[in-house]
Design a protein around this ligand. Structure first.
Ligand code: RFL
Ligand code: PHB
Length: 388
């Protein structure tokens, strides 16, 4: 088999890239290790930047997003019982859109299915000759060995994929911060406690009230890394949320059985560069951010955008310039999101072992943020998403 771009991984980065390339008249094959059902059920992010929404609109993948996505013009931050709202629209000029990653994945899969893509349950995907002009990928499908020749390989296979391991160790630099806590998430078919998101810094730890729709809520509480899911029956989570989010949110909260519960550790991670020869990394394959800034999915989209532009430049004008500049261009935006997610994580969580200094700095910063339009603008510009 032959294609122009072999895309490893059918998460948001791979699916968006495939559709963008298709619109530009460039052929690709998406190889996904999991089944379609597995990929479409995986509960993850839920907040889209305007840049992500516009990109999905341009590539014809936003019909349901336009109809069902919920525009959010503001966000609330709470600390020790005091809450203030940042008017995102007023200070940053853009809203965010609540639309689940599951829905986005389903929409893109439905479009790609009309071209018999992605190839699901592609096993033992391996990359070959990536430092030459004739790279290829091998995999197994239904017991058959397949060889896929291509011009480029896009490594969109997330943090646990094979692509990033193909960049030689001596050419790669990695940067990491591990945070001493995780997020316990709960999804339930109940109306949200607030029509906008609430991020709360509470003595018992961080909590977040989010949503997927007007009838589906998504909540998180900060937990220590040794917490076990079995020690968190639904009632305990609801009780904890009611305390940490405060009386007003608690009064508006509807409890219900969890559809999904999980604990995710928080970390920041960047691997540089995002390219080696004909292999280009995009999304979680190259970087991870803690979910506090809601940036992971949006970075997958912006990487896909830059990579598609570079590949289009190559086919249209025979130009290597975009390809050569891809890693630096993507990383410039990635590091700003890494910075923002790290800052927002530091601001909103309780750190074990704090002697009170760190929390007083948090209180001072949140008080400043609540009063200063300049500080709110700096926060909101990053939260709604920096321009591409
Ligand atoms: P994905 O979504 O991980 O997709 C990678 C795809 O590659 C496949 N794959 C392979 N395919 C073929 N061969 C192999 N060897 C392969 N190895 C892996 C995988 O099956 C998968 O389908 O990466 P992508 O496309 O870069 O998208 C990134 C986003 O998914 C991610 O940044 C966000 O979901 C991060 N994230 C969250 N972000 C938020 O903004 N808010 C959240 O609440 C939030 N929750 C989460 C998250 C990430 C999580 N993970 C990765 C553990 C919750 C979780 C549990
Ligand atoms: C979510 O709805 O899953 C969500 C929202 C905002 C975040 C992280 C996760 O910062």
């Amino acid at each position: 088999m032959r294609t122009q771009v072999a895309i490893i991984g059918g998460g948001p980065a791979g699916l968006i890239l495939a559709q963008q390339l298709h619109v530009a008249g460039i052929d690709s094959v998406v190889l996904e290790r999991r089944s379609r059902a597995y990929v479409e059920e995986r509960i993850r992010a839920g907040v889209l930047e305007q840049g992500t929404v516009s990109l999905l609109q341009r590539i014809g993948a936003a019909e349901r997003l336009n109809a069902e996505g919920l525009p959010h013009h503001g966000v609330s931050l709470a600390c020790d019982g005091e809450t203030f709202r940042i008017d995102l629209q007023a200070v940053a000029g853009k809203p965010l859109t609540v639309y689940g990653q599951t829905e986005l994945t389903r929409d893109l899969n439905a479009i790609l299915a009309t071209r018999d893509q992605p190839v699901f349950e592609a096993e033992d995907v391996a990359l070959h000759d990536i430092a030459t002009d004739e790279p290829y990928v091998t995999y197994r499908k239904d017991g058959q060995e397949v060889r896929l020749d291509c011009d480029f390989i896009a490594g969109c296979d997330g943090a646990h994929g094979v692509s990033h391991k193909m960049i030689p160790q001596d050419l790669r630099k990695t940067f990491e911060r591990i945070y001493p806590f995780g997020w316990l998430g709960l999804l339930a078919d109940v109306p949200p406690c607030s029509h906008e998101l609430i991020y709360s810094n509470h003595p018992r730890g961080f909590a977040l009230a989010s949503m997927r729709s007007t009838q589906r809520s998504r909540y998180y509480v900060q937990v220590s890394l040794d917490e076990k899911l079995e020690d968190w029956p639904d009632d305990r989570i609801w009780d904890e949320l009611a305390i940490r989010l405060g009386p007003k949110a608690a009064a508006g909260m509807t409890r219900g059985p969890s559809l999904e519960k999980s604990i995710a550790p928080l970390r920041s991670y960047v691997a540089e560069p995002m390219r080696h020869g004909r292999l280009f990394l995009a999304g979680d394959a190259a970087h991870i951010v803690p979910p506090t800034g809601a940036k992971g999915l949006n970075l997958a989209a912006s990487d896909a955008y830059y990579l598609c532009e570079a590949i289009v430049g190559f086919y249209r004008n025979g130009s290597q310039t975009g390809l050569d500049g891809y890693s630096a261009q993507a990383l410039s935006r990635v590091w700003k999101a890494v910075r923002f997610s790290w800052w927002f994580t530091q601001l909103m969580h309780r750190f074990p072992g704090d002697d009170g200094f760190a929390h007083r700095v948090q209180v001072a910063e949140l008080d400043y943020l609540s009063r200063s339009r300049a500080a709110q603008t700096a926060m909101a510009e990053n939260y709604v998403g920096l321009p591409y």
